[in-house]
Structure formats: C-alpha cells, structure tokens
Design a protein around this ligand. Structure first.
Ligand code: A2P
Length: 270
C-alpha cells in the first residue's frame, strides 16, 4: 500500500498527522529535558492545561502521552518539560529529538489547574514535585496570575539541586523580563527545596507546610480558606499527602464545573 501522507519537499519524509516542528531542546540533567515546538495557529489554551503529544510508534500508530504545556498562552511556540525514563515507551525516544524533527500534537487542551477552577482569593500557592512544575511554568508566566492574586508562592521540591535548575532559571528570567518583570517582582515568592542533596533550603512540601516553616520563612500567615488558593501537581503519593495538609487548613478541592479553594493534577510520566 502506498503512503498517502503529504510529503515534505525538502526532506522527502512524509508529514506526521498533527505534526509540529521542534525549535529547541535543552537537557537539564540526565533525567530531565525541555523542548519547544511550533504552535498550531488554531490552538487556544488556558495556562495550566495539558495536551497529548508523542511520536509515531514502530507499529505505525501514534504513541501519545499527556504533557502539561509549560509555556504561557501568549507564547508563539509551545514548551514542554519532560522526564527521561530509560525504558519508557515514549520518553526513551523523545529524549533524542533534535531541532527540525517533528512530533505529534493533538490540539485538544484540557485540565484542572486553571484559574477558572478556583474561587477568587488573595494568595495562590503552586505546589509541585519534579516535572509537576510544568503547568506552573505556564501559569507563572501568565500576567493573569498576577492580576488575580496579590501573592504567588511557588514551592518546588526535588531530590537534588540540579533538578531544580529549570524552575530556578525560569523564575530568574521572569523577574528580569522587560514586559512582565515589574508585575512579578514582589508578588512571586519562590520556595525551592531539596530532600536528598544538601542545599540551603530543604524538606518536603508537606512537612514545610505542616510545620509552618514556609510561612515563617516567607513572612506569611498560615493558609486560610478565605485568603489562600492552591494548585497541586506531582506524583500520586505527593498529591494525596498534600491534599490532606490543604484540607487541614480548611481548603476544599474544586473543579472546572465547581470552583473551590484548591485543585490537583497528576504529573504525567511517559
Ligand atoms: P523524598 O526524597 O523525601 O522522597 P521523586 O523523585 O520520587 O518523584 O520525588 C520528587 C520529590 O517529591 C522528592 O523530593 C520527594 O521527597 C518528594 N516526595 C515524594 N513523595 C512525597 C510525598 N508523598 N509527600 C511529599 N513529598 C514527596
């Protein structure tokens, strides 16, 4: 049977369905990388949402996984932040993509980590472990976040210092940004911690919330359902444990159809 897909004149390779072209790739550690791709003109999304992306499998079927869009909704390109799983069906291959390669992107964004799923509040807490930072990489770069809240607190926890670097650099660049920098300065409080490697600021997010250390260090009152809102993205265990802590402060879980004080999404692993 002949391949009916349209062909790229330059490379003579058939185009993938829903193909987007890789525009940059950055490797952060041997387990973490980020990359940017072209954005379909028609794609509209809310910062914090995810889409299905992937590569064509050896069997000719698309191999797709859910990935939070890490870029804000005003960005011309789309950014993704990914783990590399050595035997992961998708990431074992995706980690080798290079500029000019094509990936598949299904343009149907969805997700619960969106402003619409929360009731209005004064402080918003972004709580992430590992690649769970991705949706907040989008939300931290969205001016709407700073229009809606007086204080934006980004807690990110990884085992080692090197795993924090993508987020650290993102926050630094944001504060120096010509357009949004002034809006962010003073409003965005960044609280990165490690749990295994020795660093100036250590401990699990759950412990730093329960003990009150993060409130004392940042000069904030303990969370209250009147003032504080939270979005959570990490492993299943992390999400369950942090939910208990948030409920302990009186916050209730919301959804797109029923906004309340906090929302949760699993960090996706390929
Ligand atoms: P820890 O080193 O104490 O396990 P992982 O690399 O396993 O996905 O974990 C990422 C980060 O999330 C680590 O710093 C880890 O801390 C932390 N973490 C894992 N599980 C939980 C949990 N149930 N509650 C709070 N933090 C967690």
């Amino acid at each position: 049977m002949t391949d009916q897909r349209p062909v790229d004149k330059a490379t003579a390779k058939p185009h993938l369905p829903d193909a987007q072209t890789v525009t940059s790739v950055q490797h952060w550690t041997d387990r973490l990388f980020s990359f940017r791709v072209t954005r379909p003109q028609s794609l509209r999304f809310r910062s914090g949402e995810f889409v299905m992306i992937g590569l064509m499998g050896d069997n000719g079927k698309p191999l797709l996984r859910a990935y939070s869009i890490a870029s804000p909704n005003w960005d011309e390109e789309l950014e993704f932040y990914s783990i590399k799983v050595p035997d992961g069906p998708l990431t074992s291959r995706l980690q080798h993509i290079q500029i000019g390669d094509e990936i598949i992107l299904r343009p149907k964004p969805v997700g619960t980590l969106v402003h619409d799923a929360l009731l209005p509040g004064k402080h918003i807490w972004f709580l992430a472990t590992g690649t769970g930072l991705a949706p907040f990489a989008s939300l931290m770069r969205d001016p709407e976040t700073y229009e809606k809240y007086d204080q934006v607190i980004m807690m990110h926890t990884c085992r080692d210092v090197a795993e924090l670097e993508y987020g650290r650099k993102l926050v630094e660049d944001l504060k120096n940004d010509e357009l949004i920098g002034e809006m962010v300065e003073g409003k965005l409080l960044y609280f990165p911690t490690t749990t295994r490697e020795e660093s100036p600021n250590m401990g699990r997010i759950t412990d730093n919330l329960s003990s009150g250390k993060v409130f004392a260090d940042l000069g904030l009152e303990p969370m209250s359902p009147e003032r504080d809102r939270a979005m959570v993205c990490g492993s299943l265990d992390f999400n369950l444990d942090v939910k208990k802590v948030l409920e302990g402060f009186g916050l209730r879980e919301g959804a797109n159809s029923d906004p309340k004080e906090y929302v949760v999404e699993k960090a996706f692993v390929g």
